[in-house]
Ligand binder design. Structure first.
Ligand SMILES: Cc1cc2nc3c(=O)[nH]c(=O)nc-3n(C[C@H](O)[C@H](O)[C@H](O)COP(=O)(O)OP(=O)(O)OC[C@H]3O[C@@H](n4cnc5c(N)ncnc54)[C@H](O)[C@@H]3O)c2cc1C
Length: 499
């Protein structure tokens, strides 16, 4: 460490949920990480409240779900306000109601327990990146304004998790195409009002939502058809919401006590590239979207989960060429698809009479099982399949389905196997087949488990699977002896050259 400079391996900008998740993953991968966060205290803003099935699986695969207790669960979701049953095969089907403040608290405690250095009250102001191709000693240097003046933090990589108004994006002038908000929803958490619950209630004048919580506070959301998003220097005022609520529903809520007032528009933008040399982007810093159906937070957490182990392996010299670029390839494609479904939902939700025929047809289509499953797979994140390379096995690229395995240590779930954040090769013959010879060069980086799947489970009938630290299947085959074609290539691709 130089006198006026802090050196680390990765600098993360932003201790929101995405930055915290990433910090934990990087520590799990053995890296030193400094997180710069401009806030001095935690936010108590009522933001995202939904965790979807894939996010729950991810949290489970790091042993974190225990800290969430038993959150309320609903299988009923929606697509643009049209009811949609989200049930799909997963240990956590449907949506789980967890306030974002709770998710952040759990992730922060986890990242700190793993040794992340989180510095609150440090606002990123400037960035320098060493010249591309400068060889040894390449770095990114962040300049942050802290309590005691300017702090320089230098890392081999910097990840921008600094939210929708990302300073990093602005400082490097990253291309962020898309459109600003055209329409908006106004919302407020209000105490002391007695209005009936409304679930995406389309009235002649507009859309109204009201949901009374157990603590007596009602969340109201309203959009007046035909109105445009206003440029706002400050948050919407409760008077404005009460006036529009009255025009749309006829109800008077002006006597209520607003606890939190907020507006959000249908802006839709995505970075052209999630990687700019040694600077990477994750979460809202990489994509801006309307928080419909609770997808924004889930998308960001899954970005972090995809990036963490890849960046850790790259910095530690355990990764092959191009590993880090697969982060952009995989997550940009997922983001593009989610942003498209959010854009479609925004139109269905905020459009006036002109969208009614489309809504009618879609409601009919959703009654068909394959349509329902397609939409539920997209919203829950359960249908994500990455390009894992050649091979025709149905599990290739998909998440490892939840199963119970019988190993020499007793019964284990597939989620438990992922707790250490390492790759794992599972010999599903229980170790009775010939040895998995290609594996020997990777034994330091990839765990090997001999186990038997439970009869009838999703892994029954598969001989052997190679699983990435993020739970996606990198290779699957008959296993043992001659049935290992492609395993060596998969090991090399995801875990670097053999030792
Ligand atoms: C007001 C509001 C309401 C929302 N409501 C919902 C909802 O109802 N449903 C839903 O699904 N999603 C909602 N979202 C979206 C959801 O909260 C985000 O998708 C989620 O927080 C993204 O996480 P993130 O970590 O990427 O960014 P953020 O949570 O925004 O975290 C970014 C962090 O970076 C810090 N930071 C920013 N600039 C700097 C800097 N220069 N230096 C250091 N630190 C910096 C910030 O202080 C912040 O802590 C809402 C978002 C907002 C802002």
């Amino acid at each position: 460490m130089a006198a006026d400079r802090l050196d680390t391996q990765v600098v993360v900008v932003g201790a929101g949920p995405v930055g915290l998740m990433l910090a934990g993953e990087l520590r799990l991968g053995g890296l030193d990480v400094v997180v710069l966060e401009k806030r001095h205290v935690h936010t108590d803003e009522s933001r995202a409240s939904t965790l979807h099935a894939r996010t729950m699986e991810i949290l489970d695969s790091r042993g974190l779900l225990i800290h969430f207790g038993t959150p309320p669960n609903e299988t009923r979701g929606h697509f643009g306000g049209i009811p949609l049953d989200l049930t799909l095969p997963s240990p956590y089907p449907g949506q789980w109601k967890v306030p974002q403040t709770r998710t952040e608290a759990v992730l922060e405690e986890w990242a700190l327990s793993l040794g992340a250095d989180i510095r609150c009250g440090h606002e990123l102001r400037a960035l320098t990146q060493s010249r591309v191709g400068a060889g040894e000693g390449q770095y990114v240097q962040a300049e942050a304004a802290g309590r005691d003046g300017i702090v320089q933090v230098r890392g081999q990589y910097l990840v921008a998790c600094d939210g929708e108004d990302s300073t990093v994006r602005r400082l490097i002038g990253a291309d962020f195409p898309g459109h600003d908000a055209r329409r908006e929803l106004l919302r407020a958490d209000v105490e002391g009002i007695g209005v009936p619950d409304r679930r995406f209630n389309r009235l002649p004048q507009g859309l109204a939502v009201a949901a009374r919580r157990n603590d007596g506070v009602t969340r109201v959301m309203v959009h007046e058809f035909g109105s445009s998003a206003r440029p706002r220097a400050e948050e919407a005022q409760f008077d404005e919401i009460a006036t529009i609520w009255k025009r749309v529903t006829g109800e008077d809520i002006s006597g209520g006590k607003p606890l939190w007032v907020n507006s959000f528009g249908d802006a839709n933008r995505q970075l052209v590239s999630y990687r700019h040399g040694r600077i990477l982007f994750a979460g809202d810093a990489a994509h801006r979207q309307m928080p419909i159906g609770g997808q924004a937070l889930n998308l960001g957490l899954q970005d972090a989960f995809n990036l963490g182990w890849k960046l850790a392996a790259t910095v530690a010299g355990r990764a092959g060429d191009g590993m880090l670029d697969t982060y952009h390839q995989e997550r940009h494609a997922v983001g593009r698809r989610v942003l498209a479904n959010i854009e479609a939902q925004a139109r269905l939700l905020l459009g006036g009479r002109e969208v009614e025929p489309v809504r009618t047809v879609l409601a009919e289509l959703i009654a068909y099982t394959p349509v329902r499953e397609h939409l539920a797979g997209m919203i829950s994140g359960l249908d994500i399949r990455y390009d894992a390379g050649p091979g025709g096995h149905p599990l290739l690229g998909a998440r490892l389905p939840h199963s119970v395995l019988l190993s020499g240590e007793g019964h284990l779930t597939t989620s438990q196997l992922l707790h250490p954040g390492r790759g794992i090769l599972i010999d599903l013959s229980g170790g009775t087949g010939a040895p998995l010879r290609p594996y020997s060069g990777w034994s330091e980086r990839v765990s090997l488990l001999a186990a038997l799947p439970r009869a009838g489970s999703a892994l029954d009938g598969t001989g052997c699977v190679l699983v990435r630290p993020d739970g996606h299947v990198a290779w699957a085959g008959p296993g043992t002896g001659t049935g290992t074609a492609g395993l060596r290539q998969a090991l090399e691709r995801w875990f670097g050259p053999p030792r």
